[in-house]
Design a binder for this molecule. Structure first.
Ligand code: G
Ligand code: G
Ligand code: MN
Ligand code: NA
Length: 249
C-alpha cells in the first residue's frame, strides 16, 4: 500500500511533530497539562492523525511511531513547570507489544520526567485486545506512577464494568456529548450521570470539545472537573506552550 510505504519512510526520517492542547482545571482556570497530538509534515502538507494512525495500526508501524511520540512528549514536558502534565494517546496495538511498559519506563528514565506527570490515554477498543494482558499492563503502568485516562468515553461500547475492572484516573467524556448536551435533554442527563458515577469511583473527568461559554456553564453546574476544547485553545506548536501556561498563572 502506498501510504504504508510512505509512512515507513516518514518514521525513518522523523517527518512528524507534536502539537499540544491545554487541559484546564475548571474551578481554578489553571492549565493542568497538555494533550500531545501528532502531525505528519508530508512535504508542504500537514496530515492529521485520523488519516494515518489507522494505517499505522494495521501495519504495526504504530509501535515505532508511538515510541517516537512518547519520547518527544516526555522530552518536551520535562522542560515545563513541574505541576504541568502531558497526555499521550496510545493505540491498542502498542499495548499488544510485550515491551510496551518497559519502553515507557525507559523513556521516563531517559527524559527525567516524573512518572506522575505522564498520562496515557487509550480508548475502550483496548479492552478487546486481551483483557488479562491489558489489565496487567495498566496495573504496571500505574505502579510506576503513570496516570491512566479512558479517552472518547461514551462512544463505541462504553461499559460501566470498565470503571470497575480497570485502574483509571480519568474519564474523557467524548465531544459528541458536548455538542449535544445543550440541545438534547437526555444527552445532558447522561453527562451528569457520567460525572456523578466518576466521582463515586474516584475518577476525575475531562470534558472534551468545549467550544462555547454556555457549554462551560453547563459543565460547571454538572460537576466541573477538567475541560479541553477550542474555547480555551486549539492545539498549539510546542514553542507556544509556555505562553499558554503563563496566561493562566
Ligand atoms: O487533533 P486531532 O486531529 O489531532 O486528533 C485526531 C485523533 O487522532 C484523536 O482521536 C487522537 O486521539 C488521535 N491521535 C492524535 N495523536 C495521536 C498519537 O500520537 N497516537 C495515537 N494513537 N493517536 C493519536
Ligand atoms: O480523540 P481525542 O480526544 O484524542 O482527539 C482530540 C481531537 O479533538 C483532536 O482532533 C482535536 O483537534 C479535537 N478537538 C479538540 N478540541 C476540540 C473542540 O473544541 N472542538 C472540536 N470540534 N474538536 C476539538
Ligand atoms: Mn485523546
Ligand atoms: Na477523545
Amino acid at each position: 500500500m502506498m501510504m504504508e510505504k510512505d509512512l515507513r519512510l516518514a518514521i525513518e526520517e522523523q517527518q512528524f511533530f507534536l502539537e499540544y492542547q491545554p487541559i484546564v482545571h475548571l474551578e481554578t482556570g489553571r492549565v493542568k497539562g497538555f494533550e500531545a497530538l501528532v502531525r505528519w509534515q508530508r512535504g508542504d502538507l500537514v496530515v492529521r492523525p485520523d488519516m494515518f494512525i489507522p494505517v499505522a495500526e494495521k501495519s504495526g508501524l504504530i509501535v515505532p511511531l508511538g515510541k517516537w511520540v512518547l519520547a518527544e512528549a516526555c522530552r518536551h514536558a520535562s522542560l515545563w513547570p513541574a505541576d504541568v502534565g502531558v497526555s499521550v494517546n496510545v493505540a491498542g496495538e502498542q499495548f499488544k507489544d510485550v515491551g510496551f511498559v518497559a519502553m515507557v519506563e525507559r523513556t521516563l528514565a531517559e527524559t527525567g520526567l516524573n512518572a506522575r506527570r505522564l498520562t496515557i490515554e487509550f480508548t475502550e477498543s483496548l479492552f478487546s485486545v486481551d483483557v488479562d494482558v491489558v489489565r496487567g499492563s495498566l496495573s504496571r503502568l500505574r505502579a510506576l506512577g503513570v496516570k491512566l485516562a479512558l479517552d472518547d468515553f461514551g462512544t463505541g461500547f462504553s461499559s460501566i464494568s470498565h470503571l470497575r475492572c480497570f485502574p483509571l484516573d480519568t474519564l474523557k467524556i467524548d465531544r459528541s456529548f458536548t455538542e449535544s448536551m445543550l440541545t438534547d435533554e437526555r444527552e445532558a442527563e447522561l453527562v451528569g450521570v457520567i460525572m456523578k458515577l466518576s466521582q463515586a469511583f474516584d475518577i476525575s473527568t475531562t470534558v472534551e470539545g468545549v467550544e462555547t461559554e454556555s457549554q462551560l456553564e453547563f459543565i460547571r453546574k454538572a460537576g466541573a472537573g477538567d475541560v479541553q476544547g477550542f474555547l480555551f485553545s486549539r492545539p498549539v506548536p510546542v514553542d507556544q506552550v509556555p505562553s499558554v501556561i503563563a496566561e493562566t498563572r
